[in-house]
Design a protein around this ligand. Sequence first.
Ligand SMILES: Cc1cc2nc3c(=O)[nH]c(=O)nc-3n(C[C@H](O)[C@H](O)[C@H](O)COP(=O)(O)O)c2cc1C
Length: 244
Amino acid sequence: MSNYKHGLAFRYIQGTKYHRDQPLKDDLGSIPVVGAFKRYPESERLPLPKPDLNRPANLWQCLANRRSERSTTSDLLSLNELATLLWAAQGVSARAGIHLLRTAPSAGALYPFETYIYVDHVEDISKGFYHFDVEAFALERLKEGEFSKEMTAACLSQPAVRRAAVVFIWTAMMLRCMVKYRNRAVRYIPMDLGHVCQNVQLASTAMGLGSCPIGAFFDDDINRLLEIDGEDETVLYLITVGKL
Ligand SMILES: Cc1cc2nc3c(=O)[nH]c(=O)nc-3n(C[C@H](O)[C@H](O)[C@H](O)COP(=O)(O)O)c2cc1C
């Protein structure tokens, strides 16, 4: 007898449906409010160059040509290309009251995720992990060094990760979204990140770079590399980028 309807996936979707005249109920109690931006005040900051938004690109051609590319080369990505990819991911494009609106939509304008990168071969930036400061359009250096082996092992030994010039890593900031949407937040966070990742992939296509979204990884290995708790903040999605 099949049991799938009693599994977590079905119970989650059924338990987080909106129904007319029936408010979503839960037993979560009060949820702590967390900041809209994570900050690393002790880290060295690297301002990013302004992205070149006048690069020619045709949206329809980018949509037609977008592909997941796993065989990128050891050629260096330029700092400007990296800055452009970060801007595509989470560039601030408008303000609405307290909200800094970005290049990708987000349920309730909460942006319940953080962007980190593992830099392997990018011009003018040493190898290591960085956190992206959306507000300041800057990087915060978390740790310097070669972690390609650890990143690849954490991603089930996928060669795309070993070859990448840079790996974008997105974590879910659970409470930032749960404060408003409670358990339903877990529907929205991956949707938000799907938009962000698609922006990076289309921007990669527009610049002639190769990229591959990565959903297969040992969560806690990546969480440990980022030194995050794996609960309130936990890794959700990655994308590799490099030259073709
Ligand atoms: C949520 C998600 C997770 C994915 N995870 C991986 C992955 O771990 N490794 C991989 O090689 N490709 C991964 N991919 C890429 C898909 O395999 C790819 O999008 C699919 O084969 C269609 O090919 P295309 O993107 O070139 O159109 C993932 C894609 C998505 C959307």
